[in-house]
Design a protein around this ligand. Structure first.
Ligand SMILES: C[S@@+](CC[C@H](N)C(=O)[O-])C[C@H]1O[C@@H](n2cnc3c(N)ncnc32)[C@H](O)[C@@H]1O
Length: 207
């Protein structure tokens, strides 16, 4: 099964609150986004948003330039249905982040919770970082949350990578300055815990 089929199948067969990554509130992400982009006109991209509540929280906080990208059309449809009329205030892109046609230097904040860690091939991680470099201008930020070193080894039936703050920052390279990192303990709907590493990096101008 290819990557798109896998995720379409997940969202066709599970309700938003049944998936292990479900959060009632995306509070760590919202807090860190507000720290680096307090102005409500800041363009924000949520990569692999799924049916996350993050975009609803951003819209409720007054952000008016929010884009959601996901490989799964079923996820996007479910997210739109959950948002109701607010969905019209968000831009929606159904695409694989590795080959999406993203506009140059468009986003002040690139957010990803639990997508990058599925990239187990170095070539795919390099493609992902190239996309961040294209879409986020110098001065903008990438906020990436991945499983921590003591996090799960698999998720949604797929192998994952696990990261310390240093190893996650290292994936992004010299063009990104580590602003801060945090550990977060996620409690799944099934009652188990998963440790995440949040890495907030600023894109720096390396010429
Ligand atoms: C584990 S879920 C996390 C969802 C959401 N970020 C959250 O924290 O609730 C991973 C999400 O990334 C999407 N995804 C996986 N690989 C992707 C890719 N290569 N490009 C775009 N989206 C992808 C999936 O469809 C799914 O919605």
């Amino acid at each position: 099964m290819d990557r798109k089929q896998h995720w379409e199948n997940v969202y066709r067969t599970k309700r938003p609150s049944e998936v292990s990554w479900y959060q009632v509130e995306a509070d760590v992400s919202v807090r860190l986004i507000q720290e680096v982009a307090p102005e409500r006109s800041a363009p924000i991209l949520d990569v692999g948003s799924g049916t996350s509540v993050l975009v609803a929280q951003l819209v409720a906080a007054g952000y008016d330039d929010v884009t959601v990208l996901d490989i799964s059309g079923a996820a996007i449809a479910a997210a739109q249905a959950r948002l109701g009329p607010s969905a019209a205030r968000i831009r929606w892109i159904e695409a694989d982040i590795l080959d999406a046609q993203l506009p140059d230097s468009r986003y002040q904040v690139w957010h990803d919770r639990a997508v990058f860690h599925f990239l187990t091939e170095p070539a795919d991680r390099a493609k992902y970082v190239a996309q961040v470099r294209r879409a986020v201008p110098p001065g903008g930020h990438a906020l990436v949350a991945a499983f921590a070193e003591d996090g799960p080894t698999r998720c949604s039936g797929l192998d994952v990578m696990r990261y310390s703050p240093a190893s996650l920052h290292a994936e992004f390279g010299a063009g990104f300055r580590l602003v801060k990192s945090e550990r977060d303990e996620h409690r799944t709907p099934g009652g188990s815990t998963q440790m995440f590493t949040y890495c907030l990096c600023q894109r720096v101008d390396t010429g």
